[in-house]
Design a protein around this ligand. Structure first.
Ligand code: BGC
Length: 724
């Protein structure tokens, strides 16, 4: 629709119609099969409010949505189409690895392809907007939502968030196969205190702006259709009532032009947070702060009309919100054809499965390999653990994924023809854990291990144990105080480790776990996180060497839970621990564990080896064109084709304020045949060195920055120093 016609439409709408656009209800108002992803209020909404609401969430089904849309548009005074939104977080029906795993691929192009597949499937099923990507910097393994993020690094979150948005929103406009993306949660939710879900957030303004807002700043280039407000407060002001954050920072400074949507009930929660006296006050605060859509709270639906009529909320404010929403619907082409994408893309097509398979292969991280992997297909191997015959490779956020579409490891092994015998070994969770995690499926009577399975293992047998968290143990509302494997699996692991010296452990999890015992007693460890629909095939291909692992950790694996939160970019300290004086007590250290994580950000092994050499920087260029160039060579010096992720970090050598230990600034994944060598060039704009000085002014001058290059955050060498 032309801009003029859209403006005219807005001018013709009644106040009630306008407010309708600003309200989002769950699909349960229209369809009893809709997925509920949060708590619903108890109060019954008037019939008219339901049929006036501008968007719904949590529904799927092309034909069902077509029917609802038809009836809705007929009833609507201006026939404005309803926008169907949902949490398409890591795939719609073809489920990709969780975002945390996707980040480990360090392959943004592949992440973009996955998101394009998800958009095709979602739009085919009637969904035209997703609440994804989540780019909350997350470094606390206790937080259940770490699985939804791209990990601990701000830059990596920005790169992957941009890639995912490009995949969703793509350049397919007019086809109906693109969907609106939503950056969330603006901002800082990833730093909930003590990793406890929905807890408060406390951090300095500098850290907030430099590290937590950075991915949002970066992803603005992909023109996100929406931004979702975080549940949390920044400097004690809840984001959904924070005018300064939403107007000055998000809209003016970051240049965001789309729709601001609240998180589920976050406007209503202003009352619970005791910053609004009641729901009416909450509605006023959120409207004033610039929240365009109220997702699932009673505030706008019950109070906005009265607030406008009494003059507390200006009509211009309402118009500005509705304009943003109409523009989004128009950009999706809904006014021309509200059914455009329905039935257009094939669900779970061969191509989609191939993208999911490749992404799953590239997302797995080989943490340890004591000359045992890859295995030979013809060698007899025992595959054991509750994951071997389980389709639970998805996640709680794969809300439309179906376990019946997932191949199990046992089935994947049969397809390859490998000489494998499968043993379940134990249940996934004990009965007590089932109760704790509200898992309905029945657990074994004792939840203990199957001794008859363990007894089959002989000392020289090679055993692959596939162990990990249950799907219900990560995602929203799934914080954990312990990072251990479920009880029966710990018992199984110890029993198997005592019987064989040839143990390989594959870990399925939604977060970094405490892997000390696993890495100590296994000869190889492959971390697969939650690998999705094609996860089983990816795992067997990697173990048998059909594929070569190339994933690198997007998040540190803490030594133990007491070390969390930990990241490679933690601030530089005084009393720094030195490797030379490990017995000095008066250092920034724990007395009982090392300072370093068990495995650090950027780490990951391959079946081949790489050599990074010839590090150089182009300092003089900085003055010429405002860019710093960094070069190196990377060579595959092993016997197999493989991929290395060359990583470039900056380290502030001296500044008036304390700065992060290191910061990732570029990376490149390079695929090389044996003996092949490639030249890598990174070009860094000078603005990317900006940081906040003592007076909160952005600066990069008079500050020496060391440029480091390597293949993990721990394994880097200096390429030179720049100063502007
Ligand atoms: C989550 C959001 C999600 C929304 C809709 C909320 O509880 O925090 O990330 O998009 O529900 O399901």
């Amino acid at each position: 629709m032309e801009k003029g016609a859209l403006q005219q439409l807005l001018s013709q709408m009644s106040l009630r119609e306008k407010i309708g656009q600003m309200i989002q209800l769950t699909g349960a108002c229209f369809d009893e099969e809709a997925v509920l992803t949060g708590e619903t209020g108890t109060d019954q909404l008037p019939e008219e409010a339901v049929w006036m609401a501008g968007s719904v969430l949590g529904m799927i089904g092309g034909e069902k949505i077509r029917e609802i849309q038809k009836v809705y548009m007929e009833k609507h005074p201006h026939h404005i189409p309803l926008l169907f939104m949902a949490d398409v977080i890591h795939g719609c029906r073809t489920i990709f690895p969780i975002p945390l795993a996707q980040a480990c691929s360090f392959h943004p192009q592949l992440v973009q392809e996955g998101a394009a597949v998800a958009a095709g499937e979602a739009s085919s099923e009637g969904i035209r907007a997703s609440f994804s990507p989540m780019i909350d910097v997350s470094k606390d393994a206790r937080w259940g939502r770490i699985m939804e993020s791209f990990g601990e690094d701000p830059y990596l979150n920005g790169v992957m968030g941009t890639a995912m948005l490009n995949g969703y929103q793509g350049d397919r406009s007019g086809t109906g196969t693109e969907i609106a993306g939503c950056l969330k949660h603006f901002a800082g939710y990833g730093a909930v205190s003590a990793g406890r879900e929905y807890n408060d957030v406390e951090m300095s303004q500098r850290t907030f702006l430099e590290q937590y807002v950075r991915p949002f700043r970066m992803a603005m280039q992909a023109k996100p259709a929406m931004v979702m407000t975080a549940f949390t407060a920044i400097d004690r002001k809840p984001v959904s009532a924070n005018r300064q954050l939403l107007h000055q920072l998000l809209r003016s400074q970051l240049g965001f032009e789309g729709v601001v949507i609240s998180d589920w009930g976050s406007i209503g929660q202003l009352e619970e947070q005791r910053v609004a006296t009641d729901q009416k006050e909450a509605a006023r605060m959120a409207a004033d702060a610039g929240v365009d859509i109220d997702m699932m709270s009673p505030a706008y639906v019950h109070w906005l009309e009265e607030l406008v009529e009494e003059g507390t909320v200006a009509m211009e404010q309402i118009d500005a919100c509705v304009w943003n929403i109409l523009k989004m619907k128009n950009r999706l082409g809904l006014f021309e054809d509200p059914f455009a994408g329905i039935g257009k893309s094939q669900i779970l097509s061969e191509e989609s499965r191939t993208v999911a398979y490749t992404l799953a292969c590239e997302s797995c991280v080989l943490l340890k390999n004591d000359q045992i992997l890859p295995l030979d297909q013809n060698q007899k191997v025992l595959w054991a653990g509750p994951y071997v015959d389980s389709p639970q490779l998805l996640s709680r956020w794969a809300i439309f994924g179906r376990h019946s579409d997932v191949n199990t490891i046992e089935a994947a092994l049969k397809e390859t023809g490998a000489q494998a015998e499968c043993l379940q070994g134990c249940e996934m969770l004990s009965q007590e854990e089932c109760r704790m995690w509200q898992v309905r499926e029945p657990s074994g009577a004792s939840g203990g291990i199957r001794l008859e399975d363990v007894a089959k293992i002989q000392r020289d047998d090679t055993v692959v144990l596939v162990l990990g968290e249950h799907e219900s143990q990560s995602g929203e509302a799934a914080s954990r105080a312990f990072l251990d494997l479920p009880a029966p699996q710990q018992e199984l692991f110890e029993a198997v480790a005592q019987r064989t010296d040839n143990l390989i452990t594959v870990i399925i999890a939604g977060r970094p776990l405490d892997l000390r015992a696993v890495t100590e007693k296994s000869r190889a460890v492959l971390l697969a996180f939650r690998p999705g629909t094609m996860g089983a095939k990816a795992i067997t291909s990697l173990v048998y060497g059909k594929e070569n692992p190339s994933g690198k950790l997007a998040v540190s694996i803490p030594y133990c839970v007491g070390q969390a939160p930990v990241s490679y970019w933690d601030m530089t300290t005084g009393h720094a621990m030195s490797q030379q004086e490990t017995d000095n007590r008066y250092r920034s250290r724990y007395m009982d564990i090392p300072n370093k994580p068990l495995y650090s950000f950027g780490y990951g092994l391959s079946y081949t080896q790489f050599e990074i050499s010839d590090l150089r920087i182009g300092k003089e260029k900085a003055k010429d064109d405002g860019k710093v160039s960094v070069w190196c060579k990377v060579k595959n010096i092993g016997q197999r084709a493989g991929a290395e992720v060359v990583q470039c970090y900056i380290q502030t050598l001296f500044a008036a304020i304390v700065r992060p230990e290191k910061e990732l600034i570029r990376f490149q994944k390079v695929f090389l045949e044996p003996e092949e060598e490639a030249e890598v060039e990174f070009s860094i704009r000078v603005e990317e060195f900006l940081y906040y000085d003592e007076k909160m002014h952005l600066t990069y001058t008079n500050t020496p920055f060391q440029i480091l290059v390597g293949n993990s955050s721990e394994c880097v060498r200096t390429a030179g120093v720049v100063q502007f």
